[in-house]
Design a protein around this ligand. Structure first.
Ligand code: ADP
Ligand code: MG
Length: 329
């Protein structure tokens, strides 16, 4: 069920002047929340009536559900899992525009981060999910076998026929690293279609913002470094994504492994604390938060030059000390 809350009537009237006539339009603040893609999705926006607000929120959440049908790695019948099932067949498989676009962004980011981001990590991610469930650390040969079926260079894409080929048998795609960012972007597009220009979509920590609330300079967003430090930012027309092992990790012999995996070793990150990225686009922000978590501070500084308009706050463990790279100040 979508929960619906209207927090204030008549917040700030905006005044439009059209050829000498004065037209007063009052926008109210609406909040909707729904559990989607395994996370709470929160939508806040300003609209002129309850009926517009309801239609807008319904459309936005419907769009996310539609995307989940495509991208979910939990459903056998999802488009991405059906594509993975064709791996090694030597066939080019036509895919939907959404899936093609997501995979194209993913491949671009893989290339620009030397594979720190990799959407072909499915076999490794699945192995760790099983291991976490059973509480057993996978043996070395199992890790090697899963890792042997990964590698973004083994995914070929053809824009002319909008097709994908997964070269090796046993490959499996996983777009958990950027799917929520893409969904947040697409949800915001649904609002724009209805003329809603002041909105925030928070898709489980992947946030897309349009214009500021009426009368404000921006949306108030609090970003944490994963422990004590909190930063209050005022932002608009930008996306912000955070990745951290705060909720999802595996613990073995007292060591915590992040659910973000290093594609070189097939093992969850040990040194990762938290990464926040601000970018013009939600999909890119989400993917970069994951990629920079893997790459760490020094390499990320190099990779960042390839992403115009992006900023990073990266916190990592270097032995016993915590290191920070903070561009958000
Ligand atoms: P969330 O915030 O929802 O946990 P992230 O954006 O931090 O998501 O991405 C983590 C997810 O991305 C993992 O659960 C896994 O599905 C996938 N993943 C793990 N490691 C990588 C990687 N190196 N590159 C791309 N995707 C990854
Ligand atoms: Mg991510």
């Amino acid at each position: 069920m979508t929960s619906f809350k209207k927090t204030a009537r008549l917040l700030l009237p905006i005044c439009l002047t059209i050829s000498g006539l004065s037209l007063h339009a009052q926008r109210m603040r609406y909040t909707f929340e729904k559990g989607l893609m395994g996370s709470p999705f929160k939508l806040v926006f300003y609209a002129q009536s309850d009926s517009i607000a309801r239609v807008a929120a319904n459309n936005a959440f419907k769009r996310v559900e539609e995307l989940n049908e495509i991208m979910s790695d939990y459903r056998d019948g999802s488009e991405i899992n059906r594509l993975s099932a064709t791996s090694g067949s030597g066939k080019w498989v036509p895919v939907s525009k959404d899936l093609f676009d997501i995979l194209a962004i993913s491949q671009d980011i893989s290339a620009k981060t030397r594979g720190a981001f990799d959407a072909t990590l499915g076999p490794v991610v699945q192995m760790w999910r099983r291991a976490t469930r059973k509480g057993i650390f996978p043996p070395g040969d199992e890790i090697r076998d899963a890792l042997g079926r990964t590698g973004y260079a083994k995914m070929k894409m053809d824009a002319k026929t909008r097709s994908v080929m997964l070269v090796q048998k046993g490959m499996r795609l996983d777009i958990g690293g950027l799917g929520k960012g893409y969904a947040a972007e697409e949800a915001i597009k649904e609002l724009k279609k209805l003329g809603i220009t002041s909105a925030m979509m928070d898709a489980g920590g992947k946030i897309v913002l349009t214009g500021p609330p009426p009368g404000a300079r921006g949306w108030n967003i609090n970003v944490s470094n994963g422990s004590d430090s909190l930063k209050a930012l005022q932002l608009s027309n930008v996306a912000l994504a955070t990745s951290g092992p705060t909720y999802r990790y595996m613990e073995h012999n007292g060591v915590r492994y992040s659910h973000i995996v290093d594609p070189k070793t097939g093992i969850g990150l040990l040194f990762h604390v938290r990464t926040t990225v601000i970018s013009p686009d939600g999909t890119v922000a989400d993917a970069l938060a994951t990629a920079f978590s893997v790459a760490g501070i020094e390499k990320s500084k190099k990779y960042l030059r390839k992403f115009k308009g992006s900023k990073v706050w990266l916190v990592e463990k270097q032995g016993d000390r915590i290191a920070e790279w903070n561009m958000l100040d």
